[in-house]
Design a protein around this ligand. Structure first.
Ligand SMILES: C[S@@+](CC[C@H](N)C(=O)[O-])C[C@H]1O[C@@H](n2cnc3c(N)ncnc32)[C@H](O)[C@@H]1O
Length: 289
């Protein structure tokens, strides 16, 4: 992928794919399509982790470069998937903002006709189309691919053009994206979200603002150097204590947040995994008034 920000779509799916080799009761996220959506070279790499020793070495290496990220990236997918499953009877559409190579929409299309709109940069939307064709034969009828740059394009107009209806109660997913945007890009996306139908849901992740501004590294120095010093790809952050007040003016009420304690209590400990979740990234879940 040419643009560094577009290439960030791959990482979370490698972790999800590798997790599928864990025995069911130890697995942090279920995703039988994850491996098929990866580029060919990474599919082969992932298959090598069917041996538990290789998997342990990979997890250890990932933990050295970003302590806690293995747990966060896999458990945030599990958390958002659980919330979507619970909300499904009461929603009319799903919009995945910054979908990357995520497979949720395609797993949903196996048993539901609810329309799914996957939004990402044009380069990633084209890539997703060919990945899906190669893996599944065709893009399912219920899934719509929407090319949008959150920084510059009219998200509302593009979604409408692709068939999304503003009056539909929509489950919005914005996973692993806000940190890559400018404050203006986040604000304009929330402006769009302010017109969502009452009863809509929003699950979004964010990086802590004190990590982004360098006040607290939370033991993740190499992560800080990679995303804030060398690439400067992470630009936006929020304080968990201020999330409710941040989204309220846009008409969204915070329901709960999944920080490291939540992920440990709900997913990591019950699976018997010896992993620590990171303070750096949190997931917020909200409902539209
Ligand atoms: C870390 S990936 C997360 C992908 C997916 N949500 C997941 O969690 O597996 C970030 C995604 O946000 C997209 N993205 C970043 N900046 C964007 C922008 N300005 N407009 C649209 N998409 C953007 C990237 O292309 C990438 O697919």
């Amino acid at each position: 992928m040419s643009e560094p920000v577009a290439a960030t779509a791959i990482g979370p799916m490698v972790l999800a794919a590798v997790e599928q080799y864990e025995p069911v009761q130890r697995r942090l996220v279920d995703d039988d399509l994850a491996c098929a959506f990866l580029p060919a070279g990474l599919r082969a790499f992932t298959r090598a982790t069917r041996w538990s020793v290789a998997r342990r070495l990979l997890i250890q290496a990932t933990e050295r470069s970003g302590p806690g990220l293995w747990a966060n990236l896999t458990c945030r997918k599990r958390y958002i998937g659980d919330k979507l499953t619970q909300a499904l009877p009461n929603i009319d559409a799903v919009v995945i903002l910054g979908a990357g190579l995520d497979t949720k929409g395609y797993r949903l299309a196996r048993h539901s006709t609810v329309p799914v709109f996957e939004v990402d940069l044009p380069v990633n939307i084209e890539r997703k189309r060919s990945v899906v064709r190669a893996a599944l034969g065709a893009v399912p009828e219920s899934v719509h691919l929407v090319p949008v740059d959150f920084e510059h394009d009219d998200l509302a107009a593009e979604l409408t053009r692709c068939g999304h209806r503003r009056e539909h109660r929509t489950f919005f997913i914005w996973e692993g994206v806000t940190q890559y945007l400018s404050a203006d890009g986040v604000a304009s996306t929330f402006e769009f979200l302010s017109s969502a139908a009452p009863g809509s849901r929003l699950a979004f992740t964010y990086v802590r603002s004190d990590f982004v501004d360098g006040t607290n590294r939370y033991g993740a120095d190499s992560l800080y150097r990679r995303f804030r010093v060398r690439s400067q790809l992470w630009r936006f952050g929020l304080d968990p204590d201020r999330v409710a007040a941040f989204i309220e003016p846009y008409g969204w009420q915070l329901v709960e947040q999944a920080g490291p304690d939540y992920l440990t209590g709900h997913y990591i400990a019950p699976a018997g995994r010896k992993l620590t979740a990171s303070q750096v990234e949190w997931t917020a879940y909200a409902k539209k008034r």
